[in-house]
Design a protein around this ligand. Structure first.
Ligand SMILES: Nc1ncnc2c1ncn2[C@@H]1O[C@H](COP(=O)(O)OP(=O)(O)OP(=O)(O)O)[C@@H](O)[C@H]1O
Ligand SMILES: [Mg+2]
Length: 144
């Protein structure tokens, strides 16, 4: 459910269920449109948000099976904080893990792109992860 925190902040909680990431993307689209982001930028925001929600669904092992998304409307852009209360991970080990197994099953090689895509589409990405869960914070800047 969406809650308004203040004039420029909205909080959305979604259950970790198939397609619920689309609710997060839809709200992002409405907010981004109201901030006059371009169609292309809105699509990029939606893809980044969907990837981060699906990561929480698939990898967090969060016992409460919820993802909380905070939308922050800044003067310089739109910021998102996607949080789960799962097991966390070490973002630094990611590339290492992937390249250290050159003979992965072909199906496996298709995986491991979500965070790369998020970094490519957003202007800044910050991952805080630990035993209490993961928060990924990302900003799409407003180009003037
Ligand atoms: N919210 C999270 N909680 C725990 N681990 C995570 C979380 N997000 C990412 N990870 C870890 O980081 C890895 C890389 O994530 P990434 O999205 O890049 O790839 P993927 O989800 O494995 O595959 P793809 O996104 O291409 O389908 C994951 O495999 C997982 O180990
Ligand atoms: Mg992923």
């Amino acid at each position: 459910m969406a809650t308004t925190i203040s004039n420029d902040q909205v909080l959305l909680t979604i259950p970790m269920r198939p397609d619920m990431e689309l609710a997060a993307a839809q709200l992002a689209s409405v907010i981004a449109e109201s901030m006059s982001f371009s169609e292309e930028q809105i699509e990029e925001i939606q893809v980044a948000l969907i990837e981060s929600c699906i990561n929480a669904f698939e990898h967090s092992q969060s016992p409460d099976r919820q993802v909380i998304i905070k939308y922050i409307m800044r003067t310089d852009g739109l910021e998102f904080e996607i949080s789960d209360q799962g097991v966390g991970f070490s973002p630094e080990n990611r590339t290492q893990r992937r390249t250290s197994k050159p003979d992965l099953h072909p199906e496996m090689r298709k995986r491991g792109w979500g965070l790369e895509i998020i970094h490519a589409l957003m202007d800044s990405v910050d991952i805080m992860s630990g035993e209490n869960g993961t928060t990924i914070s990302m900003v799409k800047s407003k180009t003037v």
